[in-house]
Ligand binder design. Structure first.
Ligand SMILES: Nc1ncnc2c1ncn2[C@@H]1O[C@H](COP(=O)(O)OP(=O)(O)OP(=O)(O)O)[C@@H](O)[C@H]1O
Ligand SMILES: [Mg+2]
Length: 151
């Protein structure tokens, strides 16, 4: 997956996770991933796939009270950690976002932010934007991804 953008149909949650593992293959320490899509679109499932692809420790879940969760790098040489943020409850509060110190995390980890669209892009020169869609009637889920420069 060496293109700068793509589109994917994701019939099952396993497809979403497999897509996350594929995306992980193009991620390095310092990369920011911004996930957007409606409630239940599959953002956490995609993050689970990214975590599996990176080989990080700990189970990815949808935290109720925690806004950011650190996953340590796996034991393989060169593996990187993951910080999984759910910005839903931040509601665009930039002070709370600042307090998370994500720019420090970005020194040596991949940072994935659910509900990050329009909130966290300034943290990096570029980011991987993934938009998850869910057709209400057919329940068909799709993803569009693109590397986006900050300016
Ligand atoms: N491609 C898919 N096909 C079918 N079901 C899926 C797919 N992706 C995710 N799901 C299911 O949809 C539900 C919601 O997924 P998930 O928690 O990943 O969504 P989310 O976008 O993180 O939700 P939230 O907005 O609450 O954070 C889960 O039960 C998950 O298994
Ligand atoms: Mg979620």
């Amino acid at each position: 997956m060496s293109d700068v953008r793509g589109h994917r149909v994701l019939p099952t949650v396993e497809d979403t996770e497999a897509f996350g593992r594929e995306l992980a293959a193009q991620l390095h320490a310092g990369d920011l991933v911004v996930l957007d899509g409606p409630l239940g679109a599959g953002k956490t499932a995609l993050t689970r796939g990214i975590a599996a692809g990176l080989g990080v420790q700990g189970r990815v879940s949808s935290p109720t009270f925690i806004i950011a969760r650190q996953h340590r790098a796996g034991s393989d040489p060169g593996s990187v950690g993951l910080v999984h943020v759910d910005a839903y409850r931040l509601g665009g509060d930039l002070d709370e976002l600042d307090a998370l110190d994500l720019d420090t995390d970005l020194d040596d980890a991949v940072v994935v932010v659910e509900w990050g669209l329009g909130v966290v892009e300034h943290l990096a020169d570029r980011h991987l934007r993934v938009l998850l869609h869910r057709e209400p009637e057919s329940d068909i889920r799709t993803a569009e991804w693109e590397w986006v420069s900050a300016n």
